[in-house]
Design a protein around this ligand. Structure first.
Ligand code: ZN
Ligand code: ZN
Length: 268
C-alpha cells in the first residue's frame, strides 16, 4: 500500500483538485490507480469487519503512517468537481429524491465491460464514500488538519454529494437495529418528541439504561421514563400485574370514559 501510494502520487502530482483531466484507460497509470483504489476498498472493508481491538490498531496505523491522508488527497484529485452521472439508468437506482451521481450509482469493474475514462473518477468517489462511512473519525481528523483554502472545497463537496446519502444510510441502520429494543424504537421516539435531536438521544439512552436494569416499561407508552414528567411506571394492575405511568393511565381513563385496565379490561 505504501509503495503504491508513492507511485499513484507521482502520477497525480501534476493534477489540480478536480481539474477533470482524464487518465486514458488501459495505460500503465490507469491500471495502477485502479489497483490502488481496489486495494483500499478491500482494506476499508477489512477494517469494518475486524474485531474492536483490531479496528483500533488499524486506525492507529492509518494515522501514524499518513497513508489515509495521502489517499484522501489523491481522491480529491481524481473525483470530478461535479460527479453527476449524465446517462440516466432508472432501474439501477439512485434515490428518488437525489440526483444520480457517482456516489449512488453502481460501479462496474469487469475485464469485459467497456472501460471509460470515467471509471477512475467513479472508483475514487466510491472509495471516498467508504472512507467517510467506515472510518469517519479518521477522515474528520484529516479534514480538521487541512489548510483554510482546501477545507471549504472538501466541505462543500462532501455536504452536497456525500452527506445526504450518508444520513439516509445511518438513519435506516438506526431504524433497523432499534427493533432489538422491542417497543422503544428510535424511529417512534424521533417522530413523536418535540425536542432537539440531542435531547431525544439523551432521553432514549436513559430509557435504555433503565431497561437494562430490569425495570419494566409502562404498557401504554412503552417507555420506562415518562416522556414529560420523567416518572417511572408506578400504578400496578392487580389482575394482570402490568405497570403504567399515572399520567398515561389517567389519559387512558379519560379517553376511554371508564377506569379499566387497558390490557386486561378489569376494573382498576
Ligand atoms: Zn406511560
Ligand atoms: Zn390489567
Amino acid at each position: 500500500m505504501f509503495q503504491s501510494s508513492i507511485s499513484v502520487e507521482a502520477t497525480l502530482a501534476e493534477r489540480e483538485m478536480g481539474d477533470g483531466h482524464e487518465i486514458v484507460p488501459y495505460t500503465k497509470s490507469f491500471i495502477h490507480i485502479t489497483g490502488y483504489l481496489m486495494a483500499w476498498r478491500l482494506a476499508l472493508a477489512a477494517i469494518t469487519y475486524a474485531s474492536d481491538a483490531n479496528q483500533h490498531q488499524y486506525s492507529a496505523y492509518l494515522r501514524q503512517s499518513n497513508l489515509l491522508q495521502r489517499l484522501l488527497l489523491s481522491l480529491f484529485k481524481l473525483m470530478p468537481q461535479t460527479p453527476v452521472v449524465n446517462e440516466v439508468k432508472l432501474e439501477q437506482g439512485g434515490d428518488d429524491k437525489l440526483p444520480l451521481t457517482m456516489f449512488n450509482t453502481p460501479l462496474h469493474i469487469s475485464p469485459l465491460a467497456n472501460t471509460t475514462s470515467q471509471l477512475l473518477a467513479h472508483q475514487a468517489c466510491k472509495v471516498y464514500y467508504e472512507c467517510v462511512s467506515r472510518i469517519p473519525a479518521a477522515v474528520r481528523q484529516w479534514f480538521i488538519s487541512l489548510d483554510r483554502h482546501f477545507q471549504p472545497v472538501v466541505d462543500g463537496f462532501t455536504t452536497t454529494y456525500v452527506s445526504p446519502l450518508l444520513i439516509n444510510q445511518e438513519m435506516s441502520a438506526i431504524n433497523n437495529s432499534s427493533t432489538k429494543f422491542d417497543n422503544m424504537t428510535m424511529n417512534t421516539m424521533l417522530s413523536h418528541r418535540n425536542t432537539p435531536l440531542l435531547q431525544s438521544l439523551v432521553f432514549w439512552k436513559q430509557n435504555v439504561d433503565q431497561k437494562f436494569e430490569g425495570i419494566e416499561e409502562c404498557f401504554i407508552c412503552y417507555y420506562v421514563l415518562h416522556g414529560t414528567n420523567h416518572q417511572l411506571p408506578k400504578l400496578l394492575c392487580r389482575t394482570c400485574k402490568k405497570k403504567f405511568h399515572s399520567a398515561c393511565l389517567y389519559k387512558w381513563f379519560s379517553s376511554s370514559n371508564n377506569s379499566t385496565c387497558p390490557l386486561c379490561r378489569s376494573l382498576f
